[in-house]
Ligand binder design. Structure first.
Ligand code: R5P
Length: 292
């Protein structure tokens, strides 16, 4: 018998297959049926055996549905598993990790408690929005980064005197690491977000060094594209050459890809934590390394 069993939630089937192959693990699928009243019915396809069980599922939209599915699978896995490891490549709700405005609920904390209560022994996430979110998990937790995988992809592109750009201070370290791997420079923009409306703007600053150069905007995630669009418009005004985007999680909601391209982005490259047209970088080996 192999050391691990991988159970795939319905949102991460491709990644689960790749992970199981890398680990030489058994793979079990789950089936999700959503009733007209919105309730989910989850069925595991195959028999569970006493083993270390890895449950893999990203909680991208429909977030709550995927979350309930994940927690339900873990609770079933707990009946058989000697250990249940939750791999959540994209962790939804990770941006709700602080009480930014008075009265806001730290939903990340609620979710962390739920993972523990259903029997998760250990949780692994990929490029969580901020590691602050991990402190709520009272179980062993780790954040693995896809930045080296993304940088490797970009190292094969022919770029003109490239420079890495972080759209905000929060992403500075990620961008710095990306730039370090590619042995190129980096700058950080100052993004301001209105906490009530969610609107973003970039603080006006002159960056003489970007003129005529290809830029790589590095971010953890794209949701509506607002941050990337504002950053691109700002950079284009300062006469850069092409703008590329490297991000771990491309949610691309509300026609974001089209809007981002319209703003002047040449190409968006993301990982397969969220499957889609732009997810050209595989993170299964990076996850496997964290498990072994
Ligand atoms: C925020 O700080 C994050 O790092 C992302 O930049 C942001 O959440 C992306 O969201 P949107 O695409 O809606 O601007």
């Amino acid at each position: 018998m192999t050391k691990f069993t991988v159970i795939s939630g319905s949102s991460s089937e491709y990644l689960a297959r790749k992970l199981a192959k890398t680990l030489g693990a058994n793979l079990l699928k789950s089936q999700l049926r959503v009733f007209p009243d919105g309730e989910s019915k989850i069925t595991l396809k195959g028999n569970l055996q006493k083993n270390k069980i890895i449950v893999i599922q990203s909680t991208y939209p429909p977030v709550d549905e995927n979350l309930i599915q994940t927690l339900s699978i873990i609770s079933k896995a707990k009946e058989f598993g000697t250990e249940v490891i939750a791999v959540i490549p994209y962790m939804g709700y990770a941006r709700q990790d602080r009480e930014f405005l008075s009265g806001e609920i730290i939903t990340m904390k609620v979710i962390a408690n739920l993972f523990k209560s259903v029997g998760t022994s250990r949780i692994i996430v990929v490029d969580i929005h901020s590691v602050i979110g991990l402190k709520y998990f009272k179980i062993k937790s780790s954040n693995v980064t896809a930045i080296p995988d993304l940088a490797k992809y970009f190292s094969k592109l022919k770029l003109k005197n490239p420079l890495v750009v972080s759209p905000d201070q929060g992403g500075k370290e990620r961008a710095k690491e990306f730039a370090r791997i590619l042995k190129i420079g980096h700058i950080t923009l100052e993004k301001q977000r209105d906490r009530k409306t969610g609107k973003v703007k970039i603080k006006a600053t002159n960056f003489d060094e970007i003129r005529g150069r290809d830029l790589i905007l590095v971010d953890d995630m794209i949701s509506t594209g607002g941050s990337i669009i504002k950053a691109t418009e700002f950079l284009k005004k300062q006469k850069c050459n092409r703008v590329f985007v490297a991000c771990t999680h491309a949610l691309l909601r509300n026609n974001a890809e089209k809007k981002i391209k319209k703003a002047g982005v040449t190409k968006i490259i993301s990982t397969n934590t969220i499957p889609g047209k732009t997810s050209l970088v595989d993170v299964s080996e990076t996850i496997a390394k964290a498990i072994m």
